[in-house]
Ligand binder design. Structure first.
Ligand code: HEC
Ligand code: HEC
Length: 435
């Protein structure tokens, strides 16, 4: 009888503790939900809305062009060579291998090419209106009212009426951007064609494409009764990227739309660390988790070219503070887009988090061994990581004031932050594409 009483008592006590425990965890989670709600409105966190309406014929044209090597002068490189949907719309390499290279994706090798100077950025959402400046240094930009393009080719910037036929097709930054890989010597043009003007290369590419019977049909369907030019190529490439690479359904998007069960408790804690102790929101805020500004976060130098020192925005904007600033990256699908930063110097999200945790220490301890080990087979030369003393001084002096010297994140906080970046911000439909 006594044992029975004890058993009942024990059961009651355990039930009570279990209830108290679940209540406690529930209230913790509810508290986090409430805090995130406040932060979301304060820092304009908002769901991405997916692509604009699909125009099937325009999409089809853009889709064909995007992975067609015939739009490069040597016929060996397409946009997809460096922006592979299965590799997070990049190529998985620190620096890209364009015309003259051989093989695909992670097994692409340098061949007779000169690798690019920067990492191929992901294309997710880059067609959305917020992205008015493209490239790591923002050298192609667009504003709509009044329409104004700013690009490295002055003829496109409204200064030359001969280019009006092309410019009239370019109605967003992405369409204008798409024309530049075509004339870039190390991406799709090749050194053999350095003697041609940009316009000659664009005309040559366009004339080749339009001679192909299948393309004639696609152009006719996409742009009936128009006189086509390379601007139409840019427009189609932009529309394809918009339909194909827009996000709308990550856990974070669902959560922000009100589905509180879309994130696990550790992911929510990660979102909180992102916003509070990690201070990531200082630069990564708003709908796309970027303020669309240029910042210097003391990314270590990494290059295959001894003479190249990447000053980022500093090469476009001559003001002193612009040196070593790069565009703040948006973060949807960031778990799929390694390696990270403008030069691919960080192989994993965990390394990126360590960098932010103690930027100076991360910078000082950085060495290129890991990247060289991982990518030895892809390039002829090893990577080097050494700024000149002068560059290093400028890098330190210009470091963003929002970059905290020492975040002191605990191991658990780092793990949760990593879950938030890798799980909450990833849209499932893109994952099966990544091997
Ligand atoms: C050889 C590799 C390579 C090829 C081919 C290539 N890209 Fe890129 N792409 C890059 C690199 C590297 C950058 C970053 C360059 C920079 O910022 O200076 C880039 C930048 C971009 C950006 C800007 C993204 C941002 O975050 O600002 C877009 C959009 C883009 N490429 C689309 C295309 C399209 C469309 C094509 C085909 C017409 C193409 N790329 C061909 C490597 C490549
Ligand atoms: C001072 C502004 C600033 C702050 C604060 C900041 N970032 Fe960044 N973030 C940037 C910039 C600028 C880049 C691109 C830098 C580059 O490549 O040179 C970037 C890039 C990244 C990338 C790599 C994206 C890619 O595709 O390569 C990740 C991941 C990232 N940030 C996460 C975070 C996290 C997590 C925090 C908080 C711990 C944080 N950031 C805080 C400005 C900032």
């Amino acid at each position: 009888m006594k044992t029975c009483n004890f058993a009942v008592l024990y059961l009651l006590v355990s039930l009570f503790t279990l209830k108290a425990y679940t209540q406690e965890t529930k209230t913790l989670e509810q508290k986090i939900d409430e805090q995130l709600k406040i932060f979301s409105s304060r820092f304009r966190y908002a769901p991405t809305q997916g692509p604009s309406d699909k125009r099937p014929h325009l999409y089809e044209l853009g889709q064909s062009l995007f992975s067609d090597k015939r739009i490069s002068m040597a016929g060996d490189t397409s946009c997809a060579t460096c922006h592979q949907p299965q590799l997070g719309t990049g190529d998985g390499l620190p620096l890209s291998i364009g015309t003259g290279g051989t093989g695909d994706g992670l097994s692409r090798t340098q061949g007779s090419s000169t690798p690019t100077l920067r990492n191929a950025p992901p294309l997710y959402n880059k067609t959305h209106p917020g992205f008015q400046a493209l490239f790591w240094d923002g050298r192609v930009s667009f504003s709509s009212k009044p329409k104004k393009l700013k690009t490295p080719n002055p003829n496109l910037n409204g200064e030359n009426p001969v280019f009006d036929d092309i410019v009239s097709q370019l109605d967003n930054a992405s369409a204008a951007q798409s024309l530049f890989p075509l004339i870039n010597e190390i991406e799709m043009r090749g050194h053999n064609f350095s003697n041609l003007t940009d316009r000659e290369v664009w005309d040559e590419v366009f004339n080749r494409v339009i001679k192909i019977e299948d393309y004639k049909v696609l152009f006719k369907r996409a742009f009936p009764n128009e006189k086509w030019n390379i601007g139409h190529v840019g427009k189609a490439l932009a529309h394809f990227q918009d339909v194909e690479f827009s996000t709308r359904d990550t856990g974070w998007d669902k959560y922000l739309k009100g589905d509180l069960s879309a994130l696990s408790l550790p992911e929510k804690k990660g979102a909180l660390t992102f916003t509070r102790k990690g201070r990531c929101f200082m630069c990564h805020n708003g709908k796309h988790l970027t303020n669309f500004r240029f910042e210097n976060i003391m990314v270590p130098h990494l290059s295959l070219n001894e003479n190249f020192m990447d000053k980022g925005r500093g090469s476009i904007d001559k003001r002193k503070g612009a040196a070593f600033q790069f565009m703040v990256s948006p973060l949807r699908n960031v778990g799929l887009t390694a390696p990270y930063f403008h030069n691919g110097s960080m192989a994993t999200i965990e390394e990126v988090i360590e960098h932010y945790n103690e930027p100076l220490e991360s910078y000082n301890n950085y060495n290129e061994d890991k990247i060289n080990e991982l990518f030895e087979a892809n390039y002829h030369m090893p990577f080097i990581s050494k700024y000149t003393e002068e560059a290093e001084n400028l890098l330190f002096r210009n470091a963003s004031r929002s970059l905290h010297q020492f975040l002191a994140l605990t191991e658990e906080e780092k793990e949760n932050l990593s879950l938030f970046l890798k799980i909450s911000l990833t849209e499932k439909r893109f994952v099966h594409l990544v091997q």
